[in-house]
Design a protein around this ligand. Structure first.
Ligand code: CAA
Length: 376
């Protein structure tokens, strides 16, 4: 067992951390209020190779491993979780499934644009009537003129407002009502209509949209096996959940950093509040739980890089890290007291941002179901 990162992993982590500290974190509060970050940020992330960390160089990526990508997500999310989820969905929910399940032609056509951030990736599984029960989706794809007519509506699609590429799931077997009979398609954002921009509790700098689809796509837009696309959705989420777990660790780390600094400076009853055992215990618990979550995340990433099964490990990492982040960002507010509840400090934003990690890419209840299925 080796707990050291490789020199390459450390180097990529440092690139992401330095960039995030200099160019993201100082603007995060402003972007939270503005409900957007500048689009140019994604171009710069693309130039740094951070839009395609674990994409092979032959497709325009940085050619690093999945572990490096996970380290990058933690650093970006520590600075601004909205930027973190934008990169996470773009990479693990769009670029990676095309790489893993697309034909050579599809990989060459779509991945290089995604890798440099010229196209931004989305993942369209959820619908108004199907969230946790993703297999109940009703968006349909019917054969038309050698291609497919796709009709339906998708909800809470991260990144749809940016121009780019959507990995979209639709029912190709009208005789089914469950996960069977679903196929995966690659659709351009220009071929769908954005019907709504969601207002959220947190992650305000990221874009979340509802989309309506009534479009004909060519036959070469279907990828993977017809009627077996749900497997692609599930294996994509297996990796994506490790990314969301890393995001949760990044948010919790940011909250801990602020709480620790505050405890060393703030005076009460004639002493630094960090001299009181009540505050010390909070910081000790935060530090311990962040370490534990990070170990689960890195273990799941290592399993994935090793080509080993990682469904349950990813679910455990996401479940623990997300609940930890919600708990510990609340504790950070408590350490700061009244100041923590105001926008003078960023911990209230971390608390709002942390909550979604218990919901998207599978709720905590679904993670427990996935883990229990593996156990039983
Ligand atoms: N890997 C590969 N295939 C898998 C799999 C996995 N981990 N898990 C299941 N499958 C396959 C099964 O083998 C089966 O395949 P066949 O039909 O070919 O035999 C098929 O998928 C259906 O599997 P189940 O019968 O287990 O399906 P189910 O209906 O019982 O659902 C579920 C399982 C775990 C509840 C699933 O619906 C689920 O994960 N729900 C949560 C959905 C979710 O996470 N949504 C997130 C939206 S994306 C998002 O949030 C992005 C964002 O913006 C941040």
């Amino acid at each position: 067992m080796n707990f050291e990162l490789t020199p390459e992993q450390r180097e990529i982590q440092a690139v992401a951390r330095d960039f995030a500290n200099a160019e993201i974190e100082p603007h995060a509060a402003e972007w939270d209020r503005a409900h957007a970050f500048p689009r140019e940020l994604l171009d710069t992330l693309g130039e740094l190779g951070l839009m395609a960390v674990c994409v092979p160089e032959e497709y325009g990526g940085a050619g690093a491993d999945f572990m490096s990508y996970i380290l990058v997500l933690e650093e970006l999310s520590r600075a601004d979780a909205g930027v973190g989820v934008t990169v996470a969905v773009h990479t693990s929910a769009c670029t990676l499934p095309i790489l893993a399940h697309g034909t050579d032609e599809q990989r060459r056509r779509f991945v290089p644009l995604l890798a440099r951030g010229a196209a931004i990736g989305c993942f369209a599984l959820t619908e108004p009537g199907s969230g946790s029960d993703a297999g109940a989706l009703v968006t349909s794809a019917e054969p038309e003129d050698g291609g497919w007519r796709i009709r339906g509506a998708k909800q809470w699609i991260t990144n749809a407002a940016y121009g780019g590429t959507i990995v979209l799931f639709a029912r190709t077997d009208p005789g089914t009502r469950t996960a069977r009979g679903v196929s995966a398609f690659i659709v351009d954002t220009g071929d769908v209509e954005i019907t709504r921009t969601e207002e959220k509790l947190g992650l305000n700098s990221s874009q979340t949209n509802d989309i309506a689809i009534d479009t004909r796509v060519d036959g070469d837009r279907l990828f993977g096996e017809q009627n077996h696309g749900f497997r692609i959705a599930m294996s994509t989420l297996d990796g994506g959940r490790i990314g969301i777990a890393a995001q949760a660790v990044g948010i919790a780390q940011a909250a801990y950093d602020v709480a620790r600094r505050y405890a060393q400076e703030r005076q009460a009853f004639g002493r630094r509040i960090g001299d009181f055992q009540a505050i010390q215990h909070k910081l000790a618990n935060m530090s311990m739980e962040i370490d534990a979550a990070r170990l689960l995340v890195l273990h799941a990433a290592w399993l994935k890089d090793s080509g080993k099964p990682h469904t349950a490990a990813g679910a455990k990492a996401k479940l623990f890290a997300s609940e930890m982040a919600r708990r510990q960002t609340a504790e950070a507010i408590q350490v700061l007291g009244g100041y923590g509840y105001t926008k003078e400090f960023p911990v209230e934003r971390y608390y709002r941002d942390a909550k979604i990690t218990e919901i998207y890419e599978g709720t905590s209840e679904i993670q427990r179901l996935v883990i229990a299925r593996e156990i039983l």
